[in-house]
Design a binder for this molecule. Structure first.
Ligand code: GLA
Length: 388
């Protein structure tokens, strides 16, 4: 794709870019909404990426093109403090604003992106755009930051510019993902605890419910508030030593049911259960126990549906269908939820047939054409100078 974007850039601007970065989307394998609770997540970078080509220019006016839809948007560097509704360059402008807060200057440029990540589906197309922009800026404007800080800059865009109080998972996975590996992340220490080889002969199928997933307009932020409220009460009334739901076990939580409001209790139950399931998955994978791994994915979805209520009927239908197709070991919603994608663990040589059966059954039940992808696990973000 890098060569392709260079050619398209030359055609559009009449000159070659100086650098091209590439940042992958991500899949949350398990560990739903645990990242902003100091918790654990098993994730991976995917083969689908966003490439960002850049050429520094004089002045204050930046020009950005998206070669996927042909759009071209200009903005003035002296007037980017507020996002414009529906403008995809918000993620680029947000990066510039977040970098300014860290005394790092992005000057004017001509830029372009070419992405293969499905939009607004739950594979973190926005984080990939942020990180690809960040790595391109780093290369041409000599900005040096530790890798985890780049993830924080991207998170800052979501939190401060876009108004979504998300955690670090998406940007972190886009940077630290490794080819053919799952990464076991600890969001208290903000590190990759270990990388895990994906079991041989199995694949993840991504099935999009096609229900629009726009987290900014969803209840995402409310769930985060509920988590914080649960911690506050548990800390005050019973466990002074805790600072996050990471420090709470299912047993501790169940013992405290009567001091929490029911909705906060259920939200916390999901998070605490997810943290425990991530650890169980890591153990199961260490023993190549794919059956247990798959079962835990189903348990995760059930908890999303019942406790955290971030599923929707269409996603539940996809999960129910998965249980009727032989060869599926487990499935769950992946990412923020409230629409978007589900992931399905299948045998690799049956994955294509699985996609066809799943799509046909989903169409029959909902009238909706789902999109499926047999997922490959890609490398983390990179940037290269263009040699002309
Ligand atoms: C979105 C957010 C992440 C994370 C997931 C849910 O992708 O951006 O920070 O909270 O939802 O696990």
């Amino acid at each position: 794709m890098a060569n392709n974007i260079v050619e398209l850039f030359k055609k559009a601007y009449g000159v070659a870019p100086v650098a091209v970065s590439n940042a992958p989307g991500r899949l949350e394998i398990i560990g739903n909404h645990t990242d902003y609770n100091d918790g654990f997540v098993l994730s991976c970078a995917v083969g689908q990426t966003t490439a960002f080509a850049i050429l520094p220019i004089d002045g204050d006016i930046c020009e950005m093109r998206d070669f996927r839809d042909g759009s071209c948007i200009t903005f003035d560097l002296t007037d980017i403090d507020n996002p414009i509704k529906g403008d995809w360059t918000n993620y680029v402008k947000g990066m510039i604003c977040e970098l300014r807060k860290r005394d790092k200057e992005v000057k004017a440029f001509k830029g372009a992106i070419l992405s293969t990540i499905p939009l607004s589906a739950g594979m973190s197309s926005s984080a990939a755009l942020e990180i690809s922009a960040g790595f391109a800026f780093a290369e041409v404007f000599d900005i040096e930051l530790p890798q985890t800080d780049w993830a924080r800059v991207g998170q800052g865009v979501e939190n401060n510019y876009m108004g979504l109080q998300s955690g670090l998972l998406d940007q972190f996975s886009s940077i630290f993902g490794e080819k053919d590996k799952l990464i076991f992340c600890d969001f208290r220490t903000v590190t990759v605890e270990k990388t895990i080889s994906f079991p041989h002969g199995y694949a993840f199928v991504v099935a999009n419910s096609m229900i629009k997933h726009d987290l900014v307009d969803s209840d995402y932020n409310l769930r985060r508030v509920a988590c914080e409220k649960a911690v506050e009460i548990l800390k005050k009334e019973k466990y002074p030593e805790i600072t996050a739901l990471r420090d709470v076990s299912t047993e501790m939580l169940k013992d405290s049911k009567d001091i929490l409001e029911e909705v906060d209790y259920l939200v916390a139950l999901h998070i605490v259960g997810e943290n425990e399931r991530v650890i169980k998955c890591v153990d199961a994978l260490a023993k190549s126990d794919v059956e247990t791994f798959g079962q835990l994915l189903y348990e995760s979805h059930e908890s999303s549906k019942v406790n955290f209520t971030n599923s929707c009927s269409e996603m539940d239908i996809l999960i129910d269908i998965s249980k009727t197709i032989p060869g599926c070991l487990g499935a769950r919603l992946s990412g923020g939820g409230f629409g978007g994608i589900t992931i399905h663990l299948t045998k690799e040589d049956e994955a294509e047939e699985y996609c066809n059966k799943l799509k046909a059954a989903y169409k029959e039940k909902t009238g909706i054409d789902s999109e499926t992808i047999i997922c490959s696990m890609g490398s983390g973000a990179t940037v290269e100078r263009v040699i002309t």
